[in-house]
Design a protein around this ligand. Structure first.
Ligand code: ATP
Ligand code: MG
Length: 383
C-alpha cells in the first residue's frame, strides 16, 4: 500500500486545442512546487498522480499542491493492487469507524469482473461488519469512501476532496508587472493575477533616506510569501525620494500623491518593457482613498500606454483583508512601516484632480531627468 495524492485540474479542460500547452505549463508548475522533495508525478487520464514521496511529509506536499494555480481539487489516498482484500485494507484507513457513510466506485477498468455497484456493496459490507458504530446512508453520508479501479491493475482509495487554489496555470496568461507597496492591497492584487495564469514580476518604490530598510524588508517578506504562489521571486526597487522632494518643493501640495503616482507609472512602464511585461498591475480599489477616484486613476493612466489591470477595483477593504488573511500576507502587511507615499502626504489630497491642472503643475518639473535619476537607483533582489 502506497500513499498517493490525486490531483484534478480546474479550467484547463476548457481550452480546446490549447489543452496540450496548458497541461505542459501545469506540469512544470507542479514539478516546481515539489522542488527539493522526492516524488514522481504521473499523468493519468484527466488528472495527475503524485507518488513516490516520503510519507512523513505528505502534509507538506499537500500544502504545496494546494497553492498551485490550476489545481481544482486533490485527495490524499492510497494506491493498492486491485484485489478486494487490498482495497478493503485501504478503505479501512480512510473510513472513520463511526457515523454514516457510503462507498462510491469508479471503474476505469471495464474488464474488472465486478461492476461498480457490486464493488461498492462488497467493500461497504466489509467496512460495516468491521465497525459496529458505522451505518450506511447513501443520500447524505458524513463520510464517503471513493474507490477508483484503474486500468493498470491498481486501485486508488481515498476519503476526501480538498479544494485546490483554482484558476489557471501560472505562465499561460503572459507577464505583468505588479507595483507592490508594503500595504495590504497590492500583494492581494498580485495573487489574483497569478491565479488567472499571469507571470507576476514585482516592482517597489522606496524613499530612502525618508523611508528606512524596514520598509524594504517588509516588501521582501511579502514577495517571499507571494513566491509560494508562483509569483516571481525577484523584486526590483527604485528610489523616488528625489522626485518627492521636487514635487514637494515646487508643485501644489494637494497634487503630491497624484503627481508621484504618475512618476511611478512612467517608471513601471519602462521596466515592464525591459522585462517583457505586457501590463501593469496595482492594488487600487475604486474610491478607497483620494488618489483612487476615477479622476485619480485617469490621471495615472494618461502617462502610460500599457494597460493597467486593477483586480481589486470593485472590492471592499473587508473583502481584500479576508483574502490577504487567506493567502498569508495580512500579518506582514499590517506591520508598521513608512510607505514612500506617506512621507510627503499632504493634509488635503485632491480628490478629483483635473488633468489640465495636473499637467500645468507637472510642467514645473523636469520629468525626463527625474525619471532618469530614479532608473539609476535600480536594485534587483533575488529572494
Ligand atoms: P496598498 O495596500 O497596496 O499599499 P493602498 O490602499 O495603500 O494600497 P495606495 O497607497 O494609494 O493604496 O497605492 C495604490 C497602489 O499603488 C498600490 O496598490 C500599489 O499597487 C501602488 N503603490 C503604492 N505605493 C507603492 C510603492 N511604494 N511601491 C510600489 N507600488 C506602490
Ligand atoms: Mg499603500
Amino acid at each position: 500500500m502506497e500513499k498517493v495524492i490525486i490531483i484534478r485540474y480546474a479550467e484547463i479542460h476548457l481550452k480546446g486545442k490549447n489543452r496540450g500547452y496548458f497541461e505542459r505549463v501545469f506540469t512544470v508548475n507542479l514539478e516546481r512546487a515539489m522542488r527539493g522533495l522526492r516524488h514522481e508525478l504521473q499523468r493519468t487520464s484527466g488528472r495527475y498522480l503524485l507518488a513516490g514521496f516520503d510519507e512523513a511529509r505528505a502534509e507538506e506536499i499537500c500544502l504545496r499542491v494546494s497553492r498551485v494555480f490550476g489545481v481544482h481539487s486533490y485527495s490524499l489516498g492510497y494506491r493498492v493492487p486491485n484485489d478486494l482484500d487490498s482495497v478493503y485494507e485501504a478503505a479501512k484507513l480512510v473510513c472513520p469507524d463511526r457515523g454514516s457513510f457510503k462507498v462510491v466506485t469508479h471503474r476505469a477498468d471495464k474488464k474488472y469482473p465486478m461492476t461498480s455497484m457490486e464493488l461498492s456493496a462488497h467493500i461497504g459490507g466489509r467496512l460495516l461488519s468491521g465497525a459496529p458504530a458505522l451505518r450506511v446512508d447513501v443520500h447524505a453520508p458524513e463520510h464517503t469512501v471513493y474507490l477508483d479501479f484503474r486500468e493498470n491493475g491498481t486501485a486508488l482509495v481515498f476519503g476526501t476532496f480538498e479544494h485546490g487554489a483554482g484558476g489557471m496555470p501560472v505562465g499561460t496568461s503572459g507577464k505583468g508587472l505588479l507595483l507592490i507597496s508594503g500595504g495590504i492591497d497590492s500583494p492581494v492584487a498580485g495573487y489574483m493575477m497569478a491565479k488567472r495564469g499571469m507571470n507576476v514580476e514585482l516592482l517597489h518604490f522606496h524613499s530612502y533616506p525618508y523611508t528606512n530598510d524596514g520598509a524594504k524588508e517588509k516588501v521582501k517578506e511579502l514577495a517571499r510569501i507571494l513566491s509560494r504562489y508562483s509569483l516571481s521571486a525577484r523584486l526590483t526597487t527604485l528610489n523616488v525620494a528625489h522626485i518627492q522632494e521636487q514635487i514637494h518643493a515646487v508643485c501644489a501640495a494637494e497634487l503630491n500623491v497624484t503627481l508621484l503616482r504618475r512618476f511611478m507609472y512612467r517608471l513601471a512602464e519602462i521596466l515592464a518593457r525591459e522585462t517583457g511585461a505586457k501590463c501593469l498591475l496595482t492594488g487600487e480599489s475604486l474610491g478607497q482613498v483620494a488618489s483612487q477616484t476615477i479622476e485619480g486613476i485617469t490621471s495615472s493612466d494618461a502617462v502610460v500606454t500599457l494597460p493597467v489591470l486593477r483586480p481589486l477595483i470593485g472590492f471592499d477593504k473587508d473583502e481584500i483583508i479576508a483574502l490577504a488573511k487567506k493567502i498569508g500576507t495580512y500579518e506582514t502587511s499590517v506591520l508598521p512601516y513608512e510607505d514612500c507615499c506617506t512621507v510627503f502626504l499632504p493634509e488635503y489630497p485632491a480628490i478629483k484632480p483635473k488633468l489640465s491642472f495636473i499637467e500645468e503643475e507637472e510642467k514645473k518639473l523636469d520629468v525626463e531627468a527625474l525619471v532618469k535619476e530614479a532608473l539609476s537607483t535600480k536594485e534587483v533582489v533575488e529572494l
